[in-house]
Design a protein around this ligand. Sequence first.
Ligand SMILES: Cc1ncc(COP(=O)(O)O)c(C=O)c1O
Length: 392
Amino acid sequence: MEDNWKMQTKAIHIGTTLSPQDVSPPVHMANTFIFESAEQAAHAFEYEDQPIYTRWGNPTTEIMERKIAALEGGEAAIATAPGMAAVSAALLAIVSSGDHIVATTGLYSGTHHFITDDLPRFGVHATLARADDPGAFEAAVRPNTRVIYLESPGNPTLMMNDLAAIGEIARAHNILTIVDNTFATPVNQRPIKLGIDVVVHSATKFLGGHGDAIGGAVVGSAAMIERIKKGPIRRFGGCISPFNAWLIARGISTLPLRMERHNQNALQVAQWLGNHTKVAWVRYPWHPDHPQADLARRQMVGGGGGVVVFELKGGYDAGVRLMDHVVLCARTVSLGDVRTLLTHPASTTHHSLGQEVRAASGITDGLIRLAVGLEDVEDIIADLDKALVGAP
Ligand SMILES: Cc1ncc(COP(=O)(O)O)c(C=O)c1O
């Protein structure tokens, strides 16, 4: 029955195991679980068919895991502490010293640093391939390439990877693919259906959706998730707190509904920005000015997502002035919240990459990232309009 449910029904009901009179699941804030006998403890360790220790798994965490696996269409999922634990655990479960990674340009800075600064210390090296050129991924493949790592749309450029095309290249070379689906969410884009092996998320963003919980998730085959769970998560840490998992599971219950509104609001704001005389350029997956607008409609079938990027004609100076004059929109470094959030990536989230890497992936100094929230869109636009009055 569950397989035939549509997405909003799945988001509410899958994984939510209830006690007889509860309408909402309890939070299992236990770090370990009591065994009825020594024999039962030994049995639990042999078969892992009951809760043992929260770093190994927890009933509340399982609710989040089952929901995200169902929405992404994967066999299984593992929840992680933040999104970076999902990114690092997925990669660490696959690569060994001597292996090579092909990664997209335009990655979230934390992921970029992990792949280009941290993994090389353990003998794993990477080549970056231009996000919008599937041929560049094929050209970068070496005999020792183990994984192609993607992020689509990328943070903050919103450049996309052609998931079906790159998935096909990877399969032809017997290489695994991972995609960070944080910006799109499974409501808008289903990478596994397009032939991608593993999906990672910063659940801190749209999945949780309310700016309170920190978390992440990896989705994939049951065998891959078992490998991640028993390897990097158990041994390097990175398991999620049950309370954060509870908040994120609750967030996922309304994800399709919220994404519908994020999509509508963001498209309207992108259209408004695109027609504004003070705006130099705007980029949004479902906006015709996006350089990969056709791919976006084909790949992000549910909608363009909640993030719009743009630059004002006055560049950096005008952008920071806009940021300083908004009232309703909040200046933060995150996204995927019920409220609208504004970020200047070059001086904050992507500052550590340095000018050269930023320029290579299209992060201009004047680029503003607008994570459009769920407010009435007229109010978001009015706030931006008022803040733009003083811009040159
Ligand atoms: C696309 C993307 N992936 C991963 C991460 C890391 O997530 P977290 O902050 O939950 O560790 C972020 C954080 O901004 C992100 O934007």
